[in-house]
Design a protein around this ligand. Structure first.
Ligand code: UDP
Ligand code: MG
Length: 327
């Protein structure tokens, strides 16, 4: 289904979308590695740098790089909208027949792009995942949480979810258009893309250490991403309340039988310790279930509000001035 360049997409064969938030330290190394690779492709390309409301000198640096690199296109979001929303902005506006998404910190090696493109073309694939060969560059904690996260993703969206494939991937125009047509607002692309069911392949790569700067995914954001992944793809947690309720009912019946036989045999069952434990236990279970409901209600709430997940402040492809295009 992969489609080659056509009239509507001009001569841009490849778009490289790079979301970046406060990446002034990582940018020079990225440009130095990315540019030779893309220039060597021999095809028309554009680099879509999505500045996700950076507060450091990212925007200034991008403007400076643009002077000597016309293929660099900069989309500035009005405020920080998060990695996945920045990626959405880039995908929505990318013009290429193929689109590669990449991290700004060189953890996804740009040198793999030609291999991805060749694989997609030779085998007519719509999706090529960059899959991490190993995670030795990660901390033990990140390895452990990531392992659990990918097992969870497989349970949610099926076995087609490749393990240890982050957001380094190539998409064909058909796949990008399918993603654009989805109504989802809180998007987790590593689930949505396999779920689309396009023919896909993999390219393995060594994930390097972050070239410079600090991670923009602290623990809090990792938890949010996991929560979005679950609520976006499964209603199973909602059934947890039913199961817990059923379990508590059975335990309760057992206790009742135990107490009544005790009475019949002439001795009362002692203990407000057990009483207190039961009350606190039920209270905790109820709070957890209400919390779960809350997660889903929050998701419905955001979906109903239907606000754009990002606002584009400027796009160098639109010429100077403020362009209020968004989605
Ligand atoms: N990023 C972004 N907006 C954010 C947070 C992160 O555009 O609010 C970008 C970031 O600049 C980087 C990519 O998303 O290019 C991945 O983030 P990071 O490398 O910090 O994540 P990690 O590799 O540590 O999981
Ligand atoms: Mg990174």
């Amino acid at each position: 289904m992969a489609q080659e360049v056509d009239g509507t997409h001009g001569t841009t064969v490849l778009s490289v979308v790079i979301p970046m938030y406060n990446e002034e330290e990582a940018l020079p190394a990225l440009v130095n590695r990315l540019r030779p690779v893309l220039d060597g492709l021999g095809d028309g390309y554009e680099v879509v740098a999505v500045d996700d409301g950076s507060r450091d000198r990212t925007a200034a640096l991008l403007a400076a790089f643009r002077l000597g690199w016309p293929e660099l296109r900069v989309i500035g979001l009005r405020r920080n909208s998060g990695h996945q929303a920045a990626l959405t902005a880039g995908l929505d506006r990318a013009a290429g027949a193929y689109v590669v998404s990449l991290d700004a910190d060189c953890q996804d090696p740009p040198e793999k792009i030609p291999e991805m493109l060749a694989l997609a073309r030779e085998q007519g694939l719509d999706v090529v995942y960059g899959v991490r060969a190993d995670r030795s560059s990660d901390s033990a904690f990140k390895r452990w949480t990531a392992g659990g996260y990918y097992r969870l993703l497989r349970r949610l969206a099926g076995p087609s979810v490749p393990a240890h494939a982050g957001d380094f991937r190539l998409l064909s125009r058909a796949a990008v258009d399918a993603l654009k047509a989805l109504p989802d607002q809180q998007r987790v692309y590593r689930l949505l893309v396999p779920w689309l069911g396009f023919p896909s392949g993999q390219v393995s790569y060594e994930r390097e250490l972050r070239s410079a700067g600090r991670t923009k995914y602290p623990l809090g954001r990792m938890i949010l991403l996991a929560a979005d992944s679950i609520t976006g793809f499964s209603a199973a947690p909602l059934r947890l309340a039913t199961w817990l309720g059923g379990g508590a009912f059975v335990v309760c019946l057992g206790l009742l039988v135990y107490t009544l036989t005790g009475y019949a045999l002439g001795h009362t069952v002692p203990g407000w310790t057990s009483l207190l434990t039961a009350v606190v236990f039920i209270g905790a279970v109820q709070l957890v279930c209400v919390g779960l409901l809350g997660e889903y209600v929050a998701r419905i709430y955001t979906a109903v509000q239907n606000r754009p997940s990002y606002y584009v402040g400027h796009d160098t492809a639109d010429g100077p001035g403020d362009s209020a295009g968004d989605s």
